[in-house]
Structure formats: C-alpha cells, structure tokens
Design a binder for this molecule. Sequence first.
Ligand code: FES
Length: 106
Amino acid sequence: MAKIYVTDASGTDQVVDASNGDSLMNALLEAGVDGMLADCGGGCACATCHCYIEGDGMSLVGEVNAIENVMLDSAASERRENSRLSCQIDISDALDGLTVTVAENG
Ligand code: FES
C-alpha cells in the first residue's frame, strides 16, 4: 500500500491510497483523479495517462521502457525529464509518499 500525493489536471491536490501490484494509472483512475484518461486501458498505446513525477520520485519508479519512451514523445502535454506514463509504474511500498502531477491529457 502506498499513499500517493496527487495534483490533478485542474490543480487540485488529493491523496490516493494505492494497492501494491496495481498500476499508478489504475489507482488514479479508480480514485477519479481529474485528467487521468487512460484511453487504452494501460496498454502503453495512448499516452493519456501522462504524469510528472515530482521531487526525488523518479529514482523510485524505475526506468522508462522502450515503448513508453516512444509514446511519451506523442503525449498531448510537454514531455519533461520527470515525465512518465502512469500505466507503466507498478505500486509497491517503496512508492509510499510519491508525489505526482497529472499532465493535461485531453
Ligand atoms: S493508459 Fe494508455 S498509455 Fe497508459
């Protein structure tokens, strides 16, 4: 279980309880986080789950994989050094306290 501190696409802050083994995308989707569209359902094929990982979180969430890397280039919002597709991040205890900003995905 991890508490994820989220700023949604409208700039509203909320805390989401995410279960181990779930994807960050699914946790945000189930919590109804504004801006989390996830049109492809987690298939790494749409980039509408684009998030920015804040603080030192990038050291915790693993590396961008090859397909994700291509998809991030097609994201609706600017790709930054802290850009990730949230469907490619698996929740674990190590991510407790992760801070994330949802990109404009529409
Ligand atoms: S949900 Fe489509 S790329 Fe993540």
